[in-house]
Design a protein around this ligand. Structure first.
Ligand code: HMG
Ligand code: MG
Length: 306
């Protein structure tokens, strides 16, 4: 690693939200709670558990209130929720949720498709969310989508991402997750993106959120690690994608990220074998195969041994 002295990486597990929101099958809250408990047992400490969005827009996240109410209180686990507006925040607060994330885009077209408003309008909504969240003592993370490409308009300039990131950080988001929603980014583009953003927010406040549509996610994480980023979002078994990003596959699989980090001797605190079992649990519920190459390889190895 060229940059960043920090020898540990924080994983933000997004499979139960970003993953499940794009699976054809809508799972009931009880199964989602089982998944979340298994993720916590595997050692994940920041876990996105649902989204307080319109069930008309994302039916898979309906019942997030039930999910949050059923989650066990672990002193060292942060369960987080996506909220698009104050209405979503109020619904999250009513369940006892202690951390939320707002989600903006660096592309106007994506902002309209995803949350039915312009980027500027979304930032005004998020300002209102920040005020209410601060009153309630709840931390807010900020996402920026389409950081290396938009499914509707193509290329997105790093400067456009930096501008939205600066707004979110300026209004009080403690961390900005840079989302390669359609997975078109490459390591060179990742480095250019982080360089542009580092002019307006500290690298220590950035997270990488890579989708693996073009198979570049692990390479992009490596590039981001080299620039000093130490927080990454990922999905167990590589679940999901984004309902408003046609053709996008799931997030990078958490299992694959762990294998990379182990190879680099970077601490992450997650039990890979337990996470593979968790992936098998949710894959069986959804009737799908894992998208994690590491899980596939290690499951095959298990089968050969047995
Ligand atoms: P809208 O239709 O413009 O909302 O949707 P509205 O304010 O006009 O209200 C219309 C109806 O929605 C009303 O209900 C409201 O009560 C209701 P009605 O009176 O018609 O019965 N409503 C809500 N219901 C539940 N929860 C709420 C809420 N707000 C209003 N919070 C809205 C605007 C933002 C609500 C909608 O567009 C929406 O929910 N969008 C969410 C889309 C979404 O979740 N996308 C996926 C997440 S983003 C992502 O995956 C990217 C990311 O992973 C990073 C990356 O990969 O790049 C984060
Ligand atoms: Mg995503």
């Amino acid at each position: 690693m060229n940059a960043g002295n920090e020898q540990s990486v924080r994983i933000v597990e997004v499979g139960a939200r970003d993953g499940l929101q794009n699976e054809e099958l809508t799972l009931p809250p009880s199964i989602r709670v089982q998944l979340l408990e298994k993720l916590a047992s595997a050692g994940l400490r920041t876990i996105e558990a649902g989204a307080f969005v319109s069930p008309r827009w994302v039916p898979q996240m309906a019942g997030s209130d039930e999910v949050f109410k059923a989650l066990p209180a672990h002193s060292d686990v942060t369960w987080t929720a996506l909220v698009p507006n104050v209405q979503g925040l109020e619904a999250a607060l009513a369940t006892g949720c202690r951390e939320v994330a707002v989600f903006a885009a660096a592309s106007e077209a994506f902002s309209q498709k995803n949350i039915n408003c312009s980027i500027a309008e979304s930032l005004l909504r998020f300002q209102q969310v920040m005020v209410r969240a601060r009153d309630a003592g709840v931390r807010v993370r900020g996402y920026v989508s389409c950081v290396m490409g938009c499914p509707f308009t193509g290329h997105v300039k790093p400067e456009a991402v930096a501008a939205v990131s600066a707004s979110l950080y300026g209004m009080g988001c403690y961390e900005i997750s840079l989302g390669d929603t359609i997975g078109t980014g490459t390591p060179a583009a990742t480095k250019a993106l982080i360089e542009a953003c580092s002019k307006v927010i500290p690298v220590s406040a950035m997270a990488g959120h890579f989708h693996d549509t073009y198979g570049m996610a692990i390479a992009n994480i490596y590039a981001a690690l080299e620039t000093g980023v130490r927080v990454f979002d990922s999905s167990v078994a590589g679940l999901g994608g984004c309902p408003y990003s046609p053709g996008a596959t799931g997030n990078v699989a958490t299992e694959d990220v762990l294998y990379l980090l182990d190879g680099l001797a970077l601490n992450h605190g997650v039990d890979l074998e337990a996470l593979i079992d968790t992936g098998e649990f949710i894959n069986a519920q959804l009737g799908r195969e894992t998208a994690s190459r590491v899980a596939r390889a290690l499951l095959a190895k298990r089968r050969r041994k047995s």
